[in-house]
Design a protein around this ligand. Structure first.
Ligand SMILES: NC(=O)c1ccc[n+]([C@@H]2O[C@H](COP(=O)([O-])OP(=O)(O)OC[C@H]3O[C@@H](n4cnc5c(N)ncnc54)[C@H](O)[C@@H]3O)[C@@H](O)[C@H]2O)c1
Length: 375
């Protein structure tokens, strides 16, 4: 048996859990899950891309630990986080005759983690689930922290629940099959942790991200563990996003507005929107004299060196206006009393929450950005 690599603890009282990260740890799933299960039965939820790659492997190790299992495979992609698919998933799981002790296992990226976690939060008024994230984005972000949910016609992730997993099992080997574009999109969330609160980590990424992207397992593990530790720390202190947790949304308010305009069919991946959104946050802060321009250049240089998007130039040619983008920002979940909570920066590694952004300043910045993207 392989020894378990890194173990992080998310401290949330009786909802506490471990995040286990390492190369090949999927092999240990059976004996790791066994002590956590209320009954020796699980339902695995995966998607049509991930199941052919990893489902059988997981089933084999569960069998070796005498854990009964069934599997449901959903279509891959963001469209799966819909009310219709969610309803079908609940009915399919109930048709298996589950009991309160049955545990769901989310084997896949953020889409599978979000919909499976939400199903677990509502089935039989709440059953357990375990996250086995297989994309970089889900390994460093969506699988940790207990936010689950689906999309609505009114917007992304507007229907959901906080429901913490029993464990997060991160096998870094699963990234070997991930398309490069998805890997880079997930990397945006890794860079985010450095940019929002840890300049030393950002400097480490400047040195090591090329190798990490190219497949260096040690660097991948280090970046994932560091990112999960940063998220676990914030989540432990602010589980339900009363304040501090909102810092994790650096770049997301800008990014969501772009996603809303581009649609969710793959023209702009979430992580790509975050990459551009983080640059926008830095540019906006530099333009309003909150942060040095030199930091903007440093952020852009790093993201560009990896081939990540930093502006609107590669996006489908849309006739956007600053008013339109600002309208999308007003629909953000972080709006309170009609004011958007922005995540601003004083420098790399120094993000803070602000509810004092002037519409006029935002409009000036967005007009300038749109002008630049057209020229
Ligand atoms: N709950 C949260 O806190 C949170 C945080 C951030 C993002 N999210 C959500 O996460 C979702 C995005 O997650 P994602 O980027 O993982 O997308 P995803 O789940 O759609 O996965 C991306 C693509 O990669 C494929 N894939 C997954 N693992 C693979 C592997 N190992 N090898 C080959 N292909 C693989 C998937 O089938 C899919 O086609 C969005 O819905 C977003 O809203 C949630």
């Amino acid at each position: 048996m392989k020894s378990v690599d890194e173990k992080l603890h998310v401290s949330l009282g009786e909802r506490s859990y471990d995040i286990i990260t390492g190369s090949g740890v999927l092999q240990d799933a059976g004996h790791l899950f066994l002590p956590l299960l209320k009954s020796k039965r699980v339902v695995i939820v995966s998607d049509a891309n991930v199941a052919p790659l990893y489902l059988e492997k997981l089933q084999t190790v569960l069998e070796a630990s005498a854990i009964a299992h069934e599997a449901i495979v959903l279509p891959a992609g963001e469209a799966t986080k819909s009310m219709a698919v969610f309803e079908g998933l609940l009915e399919d799981i109930l048709a298996l005759g589950i009991e309160r002790g049955t545990c769901l296992i989310a084997l896949g990226g953020g889409v599978i983690g979000d919909i499976t976690g939400f199903a677990a939060s509502s089935l039989l008024r709440g059953i357990d689930f375990i996250q086995v994230p297989t994309t970089l984005l889900s390994q460093v972000d969506s699988s940790v922290g207990g936010k689950t949910g689906i999309n609505s016609k009114a917007g992304k992730n507007l229907i959901g629940a906080f429901h913490q997993p029993l464990m997060v099992l991160i096998d870094t080997d699963s990234l070997n099959t991930l398309p490069k574009r998805e890997l880079l999109a997930g990397y945006a969330e890794v860079a985010k942790y450095g940019l929002l609160g840890d300049v030393e980590f950002f400097s480490w990424l400047e040195k090591n991200a090329q190798a990490l992207i190219a497949g260096d397992q040690d660097h991948r593990k280090e970046a994932i563990v560091k990112s999960c530790a940063a998220k676990a720390d914030v989540v432990s202190r602010d589980e339900r996003e009363g304040g501090l947790r909102a810092l994790l949304n650096l770049g997301h308010t800008f990014g969501h507005a772009l996603e809303k305009e581009c649609g969710y069919a793959g023209d702009l991946l979430h992580g790509e929107a975050v990459s551009i959104g983080m640059v926008m946050a830095f540019e906006f802060c530099a333009q309003t004299n909150l942060c040095p321009q030199i930091d903007v250049e440093r952020v852009k240089r790093h993201l560009i060196s990896l081939g990540m998007p930093v502006d609107l130039s590669g996006l489908p040619n849309k006739d956007w206006t600053s008013d339109l983008l600002m309208k999308h920002m007003m629909k953000d979940k972080k709006v309170k009393d009609g004011k958007v909570t922005f995540i601003l920066v004083r420098a790399i590694g120094e993000a803070y929450l602000s509810r004092d952004v002037e519409d006029a300043d935002l409009k000036t910045y967005l007009d300038d950005l749109l002008q630049r993207s057209r020229s």
